[in-house]
Design a protein around this ligand. Structure first.
Ligand code: ATP
Ligand code: MG
Length: 353
């Protein structure tokens, strides 16, 4: 099938109603105050697609939306970020999910989902809409529609047969509870899995990033990246492990930092960078994201990220890598996409004028 896109993100699309500075002290029998309230589009696939498009990838999204105001907001916002919305499935019987999210002053979050989030669309039925790219991001594994082993199996098998790079972001479960053991035949189809620390701990039952990564590797995942929030990230495959401290910024809202991180990582790999460079770039994308409220607010384009990394360097924050072992070249796990190959097929920026 023809590669019309660099990247397709598949997953749930929704709207976040974000409430900051909630004051739990009531001002009347049923009234409360907050510092601010805003609507932001969300869902990992949406955040990842917007970030990837801004970073220069030709990006499509496969998700489902209701024919409602929230669905229109998502579509319009995706379009404005440069994401191709032509693959979206609109469903009259489906309400676009709206999440209520409380962001506290220390940056922590609480969110409330509702029954619309249970709706499970079937991406495996739309293979022509996702097999037309160099890479696929699952946003996210363990959440609808990727909380069903059969759906995951069909999508990943097709993607691998097509030779796509497969990145699986993860999330804690909300309605359906899959264990790694339920996915033992599909985990080897994943090139990169990118849980945050809580998620990795939840699914592996281990306490350190090293041990968590080891469990995923034992299940056959080729490369593991554990996102560590303000402590950066940890990478491990069978040849090498790396720990990268976070960029030094003043974080105001961590919503979507992981999604920007994953999009940045994919974007740099597809751009021809090796995995180590891609991790540095991803680290910067995650950090930049936290400097403004909302997942799709702060990150603008690739030049911004490169300038940010340059500033970090000048300021002496060199993001020193630690824990290096064995070979100095990582397995990019890209189904034949060698990160350093001088190959136009892995250099989407090259053809974008
Ligand atoms: N306070 C911070 N300072 C600097 N960088 C940060 C900070 N928080 C996050 N990051 C960067 O963003 C990456 C992803 O953040 P995090 O670990 O919160 O992912 P996540 O929990 O998957 O996020 P989300 O699910 O909200 O998108 C981190 O690995 C790090 O590189
Ligand atoms: Mg995440």
């Amino acid at each position: 099938m023809q590669e019309r896109y660099d990247l397709i993100c598949v997953g749930m699309a929704l709207v976040d109603s974000i409430i900051k500075g909630f004051d739990p002290e009531p001002i009347s029998a049923s009234g409360y105050r907050a510092a601010s309230g805003s609507l932001n589009v969300g869902g990992e696939a949406v955040n990842e697609a917007m970030a990837a498009a801004r970073l220069g990838l030709k990006t499509g999204i496969l998700c489902t939306l209701g024919r409602d105001a929230a669905g229109e907001l998502v579509t319009e916002t995706l379009r404005k970020s440069g994401v191709d919305t032509g693959l979206i499935v609109y469903d009259r019987d489906h309400q676009t999910p709206v999440t209520t999210m409380f962001v506290h002053d220390d940056g922590t979050r609480q969110s409330i989902t509702n029954s619309a989030h249970r709706y499970n669309f079937h991406p495996e039925k739309y293979q022509d809409r996702f097999l037309c790219a160099k890479a696929l991001i699952l946003g996210s594994l363990f959440r609808a529609p990727f909380d069903d082993a059969d759906v995951i199996r069909e999508v990943l098998t097709a993607a691998r047969e097509q030779g796509m790079l497969v990145i699986a972001d993860t999330k804690l479960p909300n309605f359906r509870f899959l264990k790694l053991e339920d996915l033992k035949d599909v985990l080897p189809l994943i090139d990169y899995i990118t849980p945050n620390e809580d998620e990795a701990k939840y699914y592996t039952g281990r306490n350190s990033p090293e041990e968590m990564a080891e469990v995923f590797l034992d299940y056959g995942v080729r490369n593991v990246i554990v996102k560590l929030g303000s402590r950066g990230c940890y990478f491990k495959n069978r040849e090498r492990e790396l720990r990268l401290p976070a960029c030094s910024i003043r974080a105001v809202d961590a919503t979507g930092a992981g999604d920007n991180f994953v999009a940045g990582f994919a974007s740099e790999l597809l751009c021809g960078s090796d995995a180590e460079q891609a991790l540095r770039f991803a680290n910067a994308c995650g950090a930049i994201c936290t400097t403004a409220v909302g997942a799709g607010t702060a990150l603008r384009d690739r030049e911004q990220v490169l300038a940010f990394l340059e500033e970090e360097k000048k300021a002496g924050h060199t993001q020193e890598l630690t824990n290096e072992i064995e070979s100095d070249r990582m397995d990019t796990g890209c189904n034949g996409y060698s990160a350093n190959e001088d190959d136009e097929a892995v250099r989407p920026h090259a053809g974008k004028g």
